[in-house]
Design a protein around this ligand. Structure first.
Ligand SMILES: Cc1ncc(COP(=O)(O)O)c(C=O)c1O
Length: 462
């Protein structure tokens, strides 16, 4: 007997919105239909998705950053098949995993100033572990985090993200968490000076909006942490594993955090995994006696498929020189987008490193455009970016997303394998759509009017 997954997929695919409306998140179905993202993807390979008609799409979302290698990379598929075909002694629990040992050794080879690894099942679980470790290691309760940070949606992580939309309705959260503005060294010092703060948690480049640290921010923050006995946690769940052109984004600023968090790309996009890389003394404070050997952990972490996915991912990042490709193609795209700033008045800023790039739009100067912009912004702040994202998909078959709620930044997070031809595709498409957005009246602003009217109708219906 076998479960005919391929047949199940083929049968269910045309019904997926019905199924999700009935059994899962109906609001997500409404969102997809409203913005015309209801495509019928049938297949994913590398940096491309293919729909029912066989049309090829370029994926600049990478499943929110998990497909560094692209989808279904043959080395990854081979590693996963070998785990299953090999009848490995997975998750014995009252033993230790051989593959976890090798993956830990290889991760630490890339981050040589750290000495221990704790595996988890996701980004947010890695954050949770790091917060617990920091409290246990320092004997302090406080956690400092940055405005606009994103670290995940379980309670510990939710308590240290700087975005109320995710928190609303879920309180109370973890006590002792203090928000400081990103890039504000003085505010950080004020928060740390109480000497009650276990850890400062920060994304080296903030994912929401692709906000860059100022040149000396991370180094100064690390020095302050040292001065006040606070641990420095670098959340590299999104930036890590080569996305910014270095193994860790922290390397751009030459800093050595006490704890580094990885996840997303380490999974190869297929088997959820997270990793907490720490100093030995921190680890030893948590796992300090035999009866505390399992004081923190999770049933599925260190499972062989996840470990094999991690090993295959590291192998491909090296053998295909993906960090170098991310650096080179990213620099090319940033240069192209930067050239748009003077030419297109709606383009305000371009930020990023490697293949983590944000293109920020903002209020125009010319009167005609300003009137349309204001109309849209009054109805729904941040809606303008949808006017770029929607035609990018509809007319140019490029999948992107707005970088966050009420945000004017489009983030691109492509697989690290993209080629120069893909960059041509991206540049051509963005140029056309952004040029069109500067034409009033024009198709893009008509789309804006339709979206505003639809939103008003939806609100009236409740
Ligand atoms: C920087 C960062 N940390 C943590 C997370 C949470 O990861 P997960 O969604 O796997 O829980 C994310 C997810 O986007 C992230 O970008």
């Amino acid at each position: 007997m076998s479960v005919e997954i391929d047949h199940l997929f083929a049968e269910a695919e045309p019904q997926r919105y019905v199924l999700h409306t009935r059994y899962l998140n109906e609001q997500m179905v409404r969102v997809l239909k409203t913005i015309g993202f209801d495509r019928a993807y049938q297949r994913g390979k590398g940096q491309y998705l293919y729909d029912r008609e066989g049309l090829q799409y370029l994926d600049l979302l990478s499943g929110w950053g998990v497909f560094a290698l692209g989808r279904n990379h043959p080395v990854l598929a081979d590693a996963l098949k070998k785990v299953l075909d090999g009848d490995l002694p997975n998750l014995v629990q009252m033993d230790v995993s051989a593959l976890a040992g090798v993956l830990a050794e290889r991760l630490l080879f890339q981050v040589p100033h750290l000495e221990k690894v704790f595996f988890a099942n996701s980004g947010t679980e890695s954050v949770e572990a790091s917060l617990k470790f920091a409290r246990a290691a320092t004997g302090r309760a406080g956690i400092v985090y940055c405005s606009h940070a994103f670290h995940g949606l379980t309670y510990g992580s939710l308590s240290v993200i700087g975005d109320d939309i995710f928190r609303s309705g879920f309180g109370p959260l973890l006590p002792g968490c203090v928000e400081v503005p990103f890039n504000d060294v003085a505010a950080l010092e004020r928060a740390l000076a109480s000497k009650t703060i276990a850890a400062f948690i920060v994304e080296p480049i903030q994912g929401k909006g692709v906000t860059m640290p100022t040149d000396d921010y991370l180094r100064s923050a690390l020095e302050l942490c040292r001065k006040y006995g606070t641990l420095f946690i670098a959340d590299e769940v999104q930036t890590g594993l080569g996305r910014t052109g270095r193994f860790l984004a922290c390397e751009h600023w030459g800093i050595e955090p006490d704890i580094v968090l990885l996840s997303k790309s380490l999974s190869g996009g297929h088997v959820p995994v997270g990793a907490v890389l720490t100093r030995k003394w921190i680890f030893d404070k948590v796992f300090d006696r035999m009866d505390r050997a399992v004081v923190h952990g999770s049933t599925f972490s260190k499972n062989d498929l996840a470990m094999a996915a991690g090993l295959a991912t590291l192998e491909v990042i090296q053998s295909e020189a993906l960090m170098q490709n991310a650096e080179r193609t990213g620099a090319r795209l940033v240069a192209t987008f930067e050239r748009m700033i003077g030419r297109h008045e709606l383009v305000k800023d371009v930020r990023g490193k490697g293949l983590m790039i944000g293109i920020e739009f903002g209020a125009p100067r010319s009167l005609k455009l300003k009137a349309s912009w204001n109309l849209l912004e009054t109805a729904n702040s941040g809606l303008f970016c949808q006017l770029i994202v929607i035609p990018l998909l509809k007319e140019h078959r490029i999948l992107t997303q707005v970088a966050g709620h009420g945000n004017h930044t489009i983030k691109i997070l492509p697989p690290l394998i993209i080629s120069d031809e893909d960059c041509d595709w991206i540049e051509r498409s963005f140029e056309t759509v952004i040029s069109d957005a500067h034409r009033v009246p024009g198709a893009i602003w008509s789309l804006g009017k339709t979206l505003v009217e639809n939103a008003a109708r939806a609100r009236a219906r409740g």
